[in-house]
Design a protein around this ligand. Sequence first.
Ligand SMILES: Cc1cc2nc3c(=O)[nH]c(=O)nc-3n(C[C@H](O)[C@H](O)[C@H](O)COP(=O)(O)OP(=O)(O)OC[C@H]3O[C@@H](n4cnc5c(N)ncnc54)[C@H](O)[C@@H]3O)c2cc1C
Length: 505
Amino acid sequence: MKNNTIIVIGGGLAGLAAGCYALLNGYDCTVVEQHHEAGGLAATWTRGDYIIDGGLLHLTGTQPGLAAYDLYRQLGILPRLRLIEPPVLLRVFDESLDRSLDVGRNLDRLAFELKTLSPSDEELINDIAFGSKHIGLIDVQTAEMPFELMGARQKLRRSWSMRSTLRFFTGFYAQPVADILGKLEDQFVRNVLLGLTFPQAPLWHLMLNLSLFSRGQMALLPEGSISLVRLLEERYLSLGGILQTGTRVAGVKTLPLAGGEYEARGVELESGEALEADYLIGALDTHVMTHDLLGGDFLDQPTLARFRDWQLHQPLVMVSLGINRLFSELPPHNLLLLRRPFFVGDKTVDRLHLRLFNYCPSFAPAGKTVVQAWFESDWAYWSTLAQTDRSAYEAEKERMAREVIRRLEYHFPGVVRKVEMTDVATPYTTWRATGNFQGSYRGWLPTPRVAVATVPRTLPGLQHFVTAGHWTVPGGGAPATLLSGRHAVQLVCRRDGRPFTSGAS
Ligand SMILES: Cc1cc2nc3c(=O)[nH]c(=O)nc-3n(C[C@H](O)[C@H](O)[C@H](O)COP(=O)(O)OP(=O)(O)OC[C@H]3O[C@@H](n4cnc5c(N)ncnc54)[C@H](O)[C@@H]3O)c2cc1C
């Protein structure tokens, strides 16, 4: 066997990116994906005449100024990927107050409108607006090299490059969004700002979102998540990579080394076949990888502590509807604060995110639109239902669709008769399709502590095995996930004594 093969387990964004960098660095590479096509969570599927996008809404770092931009160019995503820069990031509509507000690019205007709505909250709104304007463009979780390879000089250079903005990552700005926004007197203003991030995230996370959007660094994909996946896949295949889809890895082959350590030597497939390699990159769910594929043999205390102490991005229920009408008057992303909440298990659903695919003409026949509503839901509720009472599970999915259509009817009278297609994905669907732990769609939740934490890319006692994917970069998201693929190959190259190249000329 030649001494230069890498097998990547998982053909999501991280796995495909890792595959590209492996090939650019002279390795032979096979990406093994359980699903019949690559993409993982960045998934798109067809229902009749409609296309449903179950993946990312915004791609960040689409302009020069962020490391993500260079990464997209190295991976062949830019300049070919079609992008749209929306004028509105989010429209929040409060049904009880009959009040709405658009979050646009101009942060002064946003601050002005919020202060007009709630003069008594002026001081706090000013603080948030100031932070959002001055935090600048920061590459969170997208350092040029994995922290394992950073020497004192690189760490110093990184801190130095962030010196003018470091103050926004401590103190007031590092407190959880919910705690800070809880001080606002006006509930609508609070809900507008809450709609821009996760309540458990640090305040700087919200500010960074506003900063990125106001600087044109957040774009929509008018051809859907699939367009991103296709370009990555094309790049990988054109570099000579092998993509083996419909192939589930059931285990990792290891060989004992002297001193009690092990070396990964290949994978065992569910079919019973075995594939050998010099290095493995695990670009899949961290729980499946450590518990199922490695049988729990390489779990250390820090890994167990992460599973015990860190929170997950809560999984989503996603109701997609094919509707026989246009919604050109609405921005692509809306948040409805519901007048009449509904209940799912023990949880109250009092807000719905509404994604209008009016910017994706190919997703629906002429004159029609895909509308998608999503909300966070409970993993245990859906998984128990799916595994113990299939017909109750299906009935509950149908109820979700009815609840959403009823809320839409309030805004668009008559819409109920125009719904031609219904598709409901639950946390259980996400888990079944991608294996992500408890159906999480972005890995670890970026709480103030976790958002700046690092996850080691190697496992204790296991040589020639490196990890990638959103579970290695708290907060997840496409840029950090793609970069984790590059980091994995950088670690392999270092272990192999090869200089790493990103392929950029
Ligand atoms: C609804 C939604 C909205 C989002 N919005 C955004 C957004 O606006 N911006 C943003 O940047 N990000 C967003 N994200 C997050 C982003 O899409 C993910 O963080 C990213 O796609 C994760 O990629 P990954 O490769 O790490 O993991 P995955 O996509 O989970 O890929 C892992 C792959 O491994 C495969 N696999 C698992 N087990 C095995 C096995 N045993 N054998 C073989 N293959 C296996 C899976 O099938 C999967 O294809 C969103 C995600 C969702 C779902």
